[in-house]
Design a protein around this ligand. Structure first.
Ligand SMILES: C[S@@+](CC[C@H](N)C(=O)[O-])C[C@H]1O[C@@H](n2cnc3c(N)ncnc32)[C@H](O)[C@@H]1O
Length: 247
């Protein structure tokens, strides 16, 4: 006799909510689509941040991978020389995404209105989210969806700095410090069953900076506040189920 079982959802199971309702609020309460209606062909972080991120991708992403770039725009931070099987973009502004030379195709959707990714289960080796996690109002659900679309052993790399569209960042992020923001992203991972222990990568501009930055002239300029401030780099990384070991 045939029995009908309830269909199991393969989205990651959310163990607990990280944010309070108050913590999810934004100062600008208009739909995000309106804020991102016009394309911004700018880079949101400095060259050093981008080169740190590209090096991280070189280290963690295997050639031939299938990659989802979540909250993507017109630029890609993937190493230009690396060849991937497929790179899919997911964002809010179609004009920006259409200019991104790395994307095979893209999807446009407001993740604060609906967190479901229109993508199959277990179809990506890596998901990336660059300088954007602070805008998610339902991060637990988005991380659960990322878990669903990742293959076992797939990696989710969330990177950010201290820049933000203040009015569009959630209250918990706005009111936080660098340390609390890192902890927040760690907790987003931990809220979903099955992610490995999150790793934290932190590269602060003054720690081990280039030799010319330590020159007496630059030190004086820095004390006077006349050197442009460099962007700190933070990334939180975890894998679905296990971290693969490659020879
Ligand atoms: C600061 S930009 C970063 C863009 C890109 N990741 C990069 O590294 O340059 C923030 C991005 O988040 C996306 N975004 C913001 N709110 C969103 C939402 N509610 N749903 C989907 N994407 C969103 C926007 O489309 C925008 O491209």
């Amino acid at each position: 006799m045939e029995t009908t079982r309830p269909k199991q959802s393969s989205a990651g199971k959310i163990k607990r909510l990280v944010l309070t309702n108050e913590g999810r609020t934004k100062l600008n309460t208009y739909p995000d689509r309106e804020f991102y209606e016009y394309p911004r062909f700018v880079t949101h972080v400095d060259d050093r941040f981008i080169s740190t991120l590209t090096s991280l991708y070189t280290e963690r992403l295997r050639p031939g991978s299938e990659i989802l770039d979540l909250m993507s725009s017109w630029v890609s931070h993937l190493p230009p020389e690396a060849e991937y099987k497929k790179v899919v973009g997911h964002g809010l502004n179609a004009q920006e995404l259409a200019k991104n030379p790395r994307l095979d195709y893209f999807l446009v959707k407001d993740l604060n209105q609906d967190q479901k990714l229109e993508l199959q289960d277990c179809c990506f080796d890596a998901v990336l989210c660059t300088v954007s996690v602070q805008y998610l109002q339902q991060p637990e659900k988005v991380f659960a969806e990322v878990f669903r679309v990742l293959r076992p052993g797939g990696v989710f790399i969330v990177s950010f700095s201290n820049r933000l569209f203040y009015e569009k960042a959630i209250a918990t992020w706005r009111d936080g410090t660098a340390y609390s923001r890192l902890q927040l992203v760690v907790q987003y991972f931990q809220s979903v069953e099955g992610f490995t222990l999150p790793e934290i990568i932190r590269k602060l501009p003054n720690a081990g900076g280039a030799q010319e930055e330590k020159s007496p002239f630059n030190q004086i300029m820095s004390m006077l506040g006349l050197l442009p401030r460099a962007d700190p780099f933070y990334a939180v990384i975890a894998y679905k189920n296990f971290k693969p070991v490659y020879e």
